[in-house]
Design a protein around this ligand. Structure first.
Ligand code: ZN
Length: 242
């Protein structure tokens, strides 16, 4: 069973996973991992209030390190010629304002065709387009994650109870005690190799509910070069957003 918590800091929610260890005597230590989010290593005896307070005290540092609240490298105006990442490639968008009831996005020949109601403008227009893109990426992510899971689960000898795609800010994926794997829709923006790494990582949690040596050995068995993918995801992760 994994132990989770959440603290509110400014406008941000920081979700964290607690990993308790008998070997750890006193200190509570926080790490921020591109794939896993915020991990808190704590002694068995630490109370959840103690842990919460440490997370809250270090919230500024955690957010800076996670960088999840930073806007995409270039805030989008959603005008023709701008690009968004999809499967590791920058995809150009063409934006048309016309008499349509809502924002419509089509992806054809590696370009986004975006139709926007002509009565929308300013922040309202940007929000409507941003939401439409999020929905679009969510569907694509669901499809890509399902296919990847189907490819890898036989090699690992596991079967997830359920796969879901969510708008989670601080992590790429998670594995719930009931065997449900959840993925961040932004993973559809990354190269398929990186999506595969996140899928393998979460599938492996069905065998090892921790980041023990055995866990990483299993990841390495099916994906020998996982370290490179993990590092790359850390580097580009903060830029994958709309
Ligand atoms: Zn993990």
């Amino acid at each position: 069973m994994s132990e989770h918590g959440i603290v509110r800091y400014g406008n941000s929610d920081i979700c964290y996973t607690v990993i308790r260890s008998a070997r750890r005597k006193k200190t509570i230590e926080i790490t921020v991992d591109g794939a896993e989010g915020v991990l808190v290593a704590a002694p068995l005896a630490a109370s959840s209030d103690d842990i919460r307070n440490v997370v809250l005290r270090r919230a500024g540092w955690i957010l800076a390190k996670a960088n999840w609240d930073a806007p995409a490298a270039q805030p989008k105006h959603f005008i023709s010629g701008e690009t968004l990442p999809y499967l590791g490639r920058e995809v150009r968008m063409d934006v048309f304002h016309e008499d349509v009831p809502g924002v419509r996005i089509r992806f054809t020949h590696w370009a986004f065709d975006v139709r926007v109601p002509s009565d929308l403008d300013g922040e309202e227009r940007r929000e409507a387009i941003r939401s439409a893109f999020k929905r679009w990426y969510r569907r694509r992510a669901m499809d890509a994650v399902r296919k990847a899971a189907a490819r890898w689960q036989a090699q690992l000898g596991v079967c997830p109870a359920r796969i879901a795609v969510r708008d989670q800010r601080q992590r790429w994926g998670s594995c719930a005690p009931d065997g449900t794997l959840r993925f961040n829709w932004r993973i559809a923006m990354a190269e398929p190799l990186l999506l595969d790494y996140v899928v393998v990582h979460e599938l492996t949690h069905l065998l090892h509910r921790n980041h023990s040596r055995d866990f990483w050995a299993e990841v390495e068995r099916v994906m020998p070069e996982y370290r490179i993918r993990r590092q790359r995801l850390k580097e580009i992760g903060p830029r994958l957003s709309v």
